[in-house]
Design a protein around this ligand. Structure first.
Ligand code: MSP
Length: 652
């Protein structure tokens, strides 16, 4: 029999830093969906990977003093890297692509050439704005308050010879695709794309760079590397064997059933990606689902803000399944959600320890206590059972309806409504009262316990995609045979053997003490970070007082500040030093400050250093800053003093 194919992908992650809980969210969701489809009998291909090219990686590698390849190898394959994290989180991906893999690189060259030959890629001059962290080009009109519309950071002017993709040619077809099909979900994202990007006019996209080399070389024009998003998006097809011999699954699995992607990269997946596929004459993916972000204190997590949550720490403290479950039970997949440790602990206590854990442990304990673990044959149903049995018998359909719409939270809510109903059923039927007269009530008691075991089993099957390891343990305690763990059996009440033998086992989800857990977590986070701040070693060498007094340290006010052309590091300051004549100082601190944020600031400078020429400009003195290392990264802060201190005031 031909099984239904299902091809699902996560975004391929950018290994510029270690992954955080936000990245883990999408991968766990994709994993749950892949496992659900496998449970239903589909032939699933689940792809994830890493997107390893681009200027940001090149820069980070240079700062770290290693080659870009060594840099990404360490984050992908190194300890506590991407591969380790997916193993820990029990991610069942069938394939892992790295965009530095040879087969992918060669395929991208062929793809680029094909679009060049068909006229959709042409050579021109790029003038515009570039956001380095996002690797995105923008036109002036697309900027938000002069900054990158995606991440809100500063953009830079850029002008160079470059290749362009005729995105504008596809505007009407893309608009039609978005508005008149269910290609992009949830629906709210369609309006965002059409109103913000298509209606203002789709411009051709710059698809090559010459200012750095860490990318796929354009083989017919040395010096150009392919824009990282083209390289990245086609991973979904090269990983199947498109334009390469490494794999042979393209005909079987393309088009993808769904790409799960975070909301800020929906633009790439719902506009640029289908346009390039159209240009290549390839079928389009069936769906793109743009999920929300996990926020921390209302803001996006990011390494640069220093507010990332480490999935290793959480999984190690609370268990992988509890963490997986929490992510999909708590946040509606299509919207943003606020992450907090308190919410995580609360969900574990309420849903897992209380509701599911209690249902399992009470039921197996009673079966052990009243029947030595094995239920006797011969049952008697009661009107009280009907509501529960009906609810459980139709659960699979309600769950399926939600899962097919990628509504994980709703699917889980259906399961937990049944679990709550089953706990209420225990109170209503009071098995401990029935057990007082086993002679008279033995059959009824066995029926009650069977109903509870059967309910727990069906819920267990449907929870398997979310908590695979824990559900295996649950089935072992229930005495559920292999055939009672299948999708088919979750739709059939009564699949569990009537004389089943249960085994009371470990408590699957122990209750967590909130205060104690939060304290442990704090310690674990600190330990995982290592010594956060490293200072320069203190010197034991003395400087005599007279020598110190020779340093002319003064308060200065920044009248103007601009970036020195052709220098990545230097800022040129025009300073009021109180003398009435402007002083110029150059400082290599562009990595830490944008020039406009410094204008008007009151700083400290040493003025009597001999003047130096830098990039052809005189620098007369040096601004004083404080430096330290934080988590291996150098941090610098200009010494800023009270604005009330006048320019020229001497430090002594
Ligand atoms: N490399 C690109 C994707 C290329 S796909 C052809 C990229 N990588 S990323 O590492 O920056 O982000 C990967 C995914 O993680 C994105 O979908 C992004 O939305 C998601 N998340 C990063 N932080 C997140 C949260 N705080 N919350 C939820 N998901 C977020 O983009």
């Amino acid at each position: 029999m031909n099984r239904e194919k299902f091809y699902i992908t996560t975004p391929i992650y950018y290994p510029s830093d270690k992954l955080h809980i936000g990245h883990t969210y999408c991968t766990v969701a994709t994993d749950a969906m892949a496992r659900y489809k496998r449970l239903k009998g589909c032939d699933v291909l689940f792809l994830t990977g890493t997107d390893e090219h681009g200027q940001k990686i090149e820069d980070k590698a240079r700062e770290a003093g290693v080659s870009p390849q060594q840099f990404v190898d360490n984050i992908v394959e190194g300890p506590r890297g991407v591969l380790d994290l997916w193993k820990l989180m029990n991610i069942s991906n069938d394939r892992f692509i790295r965009t530095t893999d040879d087969y992918h690189v060669h395929a991208i060259q062929k793809i680029f050439k094909k679009m060049y030959e068909n006229g959709d890629i042409y050579k021109g001059t790029y003038k515009g704005k570039y956001c380095k962290p996002c690797e995105s080009f923008w036109t002036e009109s697309q900027l938000k308050d002069g900054k990158c519309p995606d991440c809100g950071r500063e953009v830079q002017d850029a002008e160079e010879e470059a290749y362009f993709f005729r995105l504008s040619k596809y505007a009407d077809r893309i608009q039609d695709l978005l508005e008149n099909t269910d290609f992009l979900q949830p629906r709210s994202r369609v309006h965002e794309m059409v109103n913000n990007f298509i209606k203002p006019g789709l411009e051709d996209l710059c698809v090559s760079r010459t200012s750095f080399s860490w990318g796929v070389p354009v083989d017919f024009d040395p010096g150009h590397v392919v824009y990282v998003w083209i390289d990245a998006l086609f991973n979904y097809t090269t990983a199947l064997g498109f334009m390469n011999d490494k794999y042979d699954d393209y005909d079987n699995f393309w088009p993808a059933d769904v790409h799960f992607v975070g909301k800020e990269i929906v633009r790439f997946h719902s506009i640029i990606w289908p346009a390039m596929l159209m240009s290549m004459g390839m079928p389009l993916p069936k769906h793109v689902f743009g999920h929300g972000w996990l926020l921390l204190d209302g803001g996006k997590m990011s390494k640069s803000k220093g507010n990332v949550v480490d999935p290793y720490v959480l999984a190690e403290q609370f268990g992988v399944d509890a963490l997986r479950f929490f992510l999909l039970r708590t946040f509606p997949f299509g919207s943003d959600g606020n992450f907090s440790n308190e919410a995580l602990i609360n969900t574990i206590n309420v849903d897992l320890a209380n509701d599911l854990g209690n249902l399992l442990s009470r039921t197996t304990a009673m079966a052990g206590k009243y029947f030595g673990g094995t239920l006797p044959a011969g049952r008697r149903a009661d009107a009280l059972d009907d509501e529960l049995v009906n609810m459980v018998s139709t659960l699979r359909d309600r769950y399926e309806e939600q899962m097919e719409q990628f509504a994980f939270q709703n699917a889980l809510a259906e399961v937990f409504k049944v679990i709550a109903r089953a706990n209420k059923y225990i109170d209503e039927t009071a098995p401990w009262v029935l057990a007082k007269d086993l002679q008279a009530n033995g059959d009824r008691l066995a029926a009650v316990l069977y109903n509870l075991l059967e309910t727990t089993r069906i819920c267990g099957v449907l929870l398997t995609p979310f908590m695979p390891q824990s559900m295996d343990k649950l089935f072992a305690q229930l005495g559920a045979c292999e055939g009672c763990r299948t999708w088919e059996s979750a739709g059939v009440w009564g699949s569990l053997n009537p004389t089943v033998t249960v085994t009371k086992g470990e408590n699957l989800f122990p209750r967590i003490d909130l205060d104690q857990a939060l304290a442990q977590l704090e310690a674990a986070v600190a330990a995982a970070k290592g010594p956060a701040i490293e200072l320069e070693p203190y010197t034991e060498e003395f400087v005599d007082f007279d020598t110190f007094c020779k340093s002319d340290l003064r308060v200065v006010k920044v009248k103007a500040c601009d970036a020195v052309k052709k220098s990545k590091k230097l800022l040129r300051f025009t300073l009021d030093d109180g003398s009435g004549i402007d002083r110029q100082i150059l400082s290599g601190i562009h990595a830490y400050y944008e020039p406009e944020e410094l204008v008007g600031k009151t700083l400290v400078a040493i003025l009597n250093l001999p003047p130096r020429k830098m990039m052809g400009l005189d620098s007369c003195g040096m601004l004083i800053s404080a430096v330290h290392q934080e988590n291996g990264e150098e941090k610098l802060h200009l010494l800023m003093v009270d604005d009330a201190i006048p320019a020229g005031a001497k430090l002594c």
